[in-house]
Design a protein around this ligand. Sequence first.
Ligand code: SAM
Length: 481
Amino acid sequence: MKKLHINTIGCQMNVYDSERIASSVQPLGYRLTDSPDQADMIIVNTCAIREKAVQKVFSYLGRIAGLKQARPDLILAVGGCVAQQEGEKILKRAPYVDLVFGTHAIGRLPLLIDKIERKRNRLVDIEMGSRIDEPEERVAAQGKSEVSRFVTIMQGSDNFCTYCVVPYVRGRESSRQPEKIITEIEGLVQNGVREVTLLGQNVNSYGKKEGLLDFTQLIEKINDINGLERIRFTTSHPKDLSDELIAAFGRLGKLCHHIHLPVQSGSDRILKKMNRNYTRDQYLDRINRLREACPDIAITSDIIVGFPGETGDDFVATADLIETVGFDGLFAFKYSDRPNAPATRFVHKVNEDDQNRRLQKVLELQENITTGRNRALVEQTVEVLVESHRLKPGKPAGGSTPDGEAANTASAGQWTGRTSTNKIVHMPANAVITGRAGAIEKGSLILVTIKKALAHSLWGVPAESGARNVSGSKGESSHAA
Ligand code: SAM
């Protein structure tokens, strides 16, 4: 048996692709290892979305170059978006790399690896097809039976936001057949999975181009899968958020009460330059409609600060939008030039000091909002899907676990799960929960009373009425956000 180590850099799509990579080379005898030192092959699955992610790739390659020197038979491969973008240049810059394979080459990976094993030549495959590289094998990589898994439903993007590299490294938008998606999810559920997150650059336009089911219809079908408890998705483009999808949040029992809806800027001038195709008011209108359909829905977003030409006033508009919406969470990024993206050629670039100041301001603003939202959950009872157990819990910032249970928690560890609204909840797995800890396992859906709000997570204890394991129930028993 040969060992494969995969280092995944970047988004959830790369996590999914890494699982596909692991499955696809299984017939060649490769099994996963966490240790690069033990590996016969190391694959770096890369991200090109921001300059920083690309730097990370080359610094990792530099770190593992020594392994190849010590063991020349070790195969080093670079896949994903940087591979697609840089192609052969990677072989020149990192002469110890054996294989560069692009985002559409995962299906061809077994052939490429086989060639390298037999002939030891260095290969590049960055050919892109116009149709989706549909995974033939069901992605249930190597007996993993985690509670929550990603499922890619489409690839590429047709949006051409002016800052974005995705259309150039992932290709044009293309959706998978609904039957293949359903079969894959059914297989995952048989393996113990209770929650899926559907992935795409713009899931709201799923199926439109090919005349398949639309996204809401696809969710309806997935909602009917027995044994599946929760459905999440990411990412949504505000311009394509349909009334049907908004209504689905109030209607479909398994659809989690959370949407990630990247706004990028609060200034109409900048939104136009970004080619986002919506205005600030249109975005705010969609937020209102989401909250009308589903009052406890959690809304998270992405912000880019320092886009070319962003003035102080534009930034004030963004800060104002953040406060107006009161997001549950936010990812904020400093704009960076990307190869081929039109904004790279835009003038009036914002200097790094201003970018840093604006980023800091956004992070501070959001931290206050998130803390306030988390505090509002204290003493509320929420439904949590238990995802993992740790024997050695990290101490929550600012003190012990709720009700001073640090000692017990230290002995029995902690459970961690998420609310439907995607908030992380830790719970002590100890006798204080009057012997009920035994009833909790990975995949349990339980009611938890929140006792403490932290900056990035919550602490709670299973509620008295939560003694029953509510798995198998449709929808939410209780929510508060
Ligand atoms: N497809 C989604 C969209 O366009 O809304 C998200 C894709 S991307 C993986 C995640 C986030 O990275 C984007 O929403 C954006 O905020 C950020 N991003 C993309 N390109 C960027 C760039 N050139 N500089 C800084 N941030 C960028």
